[in-house]
Design a protein around this ligand. Sequence first.
Ligand SMILES: NC(=O)c1ccc[n+]([C@@H]2O[C@H](COP(=O)([O-])OP(=O)(O)OC[C@H]3O[C@@H](n4cnc5c(N)ncnc54)[C@H](OP(=O)(O)O)[C@@H]3O)[C@@H](O)[C@H]2O)c1
Length: 337
Amino acid sequence: MAHYKLAFLGFGNVGKSFARLLLSKQTELHNLYALTYSITGIATASHGMAVDLDGIDLLRALKANEYQDFCKTTPPTSVEEWIDACEADVLFETTPVNYTTGQPAANYLRAALERGMHAITANKGPVVHAYQELKQIAASQGRYFLFESTVLDGAPIFSLFQRALPAAQLISFQGILNSTTNLILTKMGQGDEFNQAVKYCQNIGIAETDPSGDIDGWDAAVKVAALVTVLMGIPIKPSEVQRQGIRDITGQQVLQAAQEGKRWKLICSGEKQGKSVHAKVQPELVGVESLFYNIMGTSSLIQFRTDVLGQFSIIETDPGPDTTAYGLLSDFIYAVL
Ligand SMILES: NC(=O)c1ccc[n+]([C@@H]2O[C@H](COP(=O)([O-])OP(=O)(O)OC[C@H]3O[C@@H](n4cnc5c(N)ncnc54)[C@H](OP(=O)(O)O)[C@@H]3O)[C@@H](O)[C@H]2O)c1
């Protein structure tokens, strides 16, 4: 039986969903993988940081709103101090994405790897801004830097290529990778104006108060950059992705397209061209013959073209923090087995 000490950096939607998933899978982890765990740290930005080397009661933490009371000694005053104090085997990083620098998450992941922890994240920022560096530190420490949850939530994308498709070359991909814009376009197809559709997404907690990261295509561009960087081996930044969001699409255009049997979709793509790549995010009109036509609401699709399997696709229906949490769990099991 192997026991692992886990630390949660970020305890919001995804962090809490992951905590619930760990609790519900406790018996399977024990019986199938001879694996037990305890939580030695929880850190947030404004609700305090907890450290308890004897193990934090996760059920109690899920009901709490402040975490410093879980500390048995003086609470840490910085995330770096907290990383040191938790003495964890695995750090799970689920803080908000910083599209332009990947910070401070990238620094926290580096600190965890340098202290000999596996570093697992749901945050796209560090993948596009620090992939090579974090991968190298992980390798030098005999640890893993894993990030399955960053694109298509828990659906296998990175692990698929890294583990199930050895020696396959990715030639190109195309996908609907941003749930918020796909839901906005779906609502506009049902008669909403753009602002109404955005408001709807904010009310149900899908879009942020400032939704520009989604509607201007930044979230999609970061995902494209992550796929190109990791799966094609060509490091690019989100700013190098040709990007156009959906801000200028009107309700009238969406209804007009519907009359012609078409739908607007925000299509992400990357295509290898020799040693470089053409990567873009842009709204496109698709007809019924397209796989993208029936991807509605928050669902996603990615289609890959490889040198060995030709074309194949993955569709993810109605994802959310629970499916993202599964990506963290699958990375955890892979890292420690
Ligand atoms: N939600 C999804 O379905 C989904 C899907 C795929 C990927 N992701 C990615 O997963 C990550 C987490 O998403 P989420 O929805 O869980 O976000 P969230 O609900 O906003 O939670 C973020 C957590 O990080 C904490 N935090 C923020 N800045 C911090 C800092 N500097 N140091 C320590 N803790 C900090 C927050 O603390 P406070 O509460 O005190 O601010 C909060 O606990 C994001 O990178 C997101 O892009 C999310």
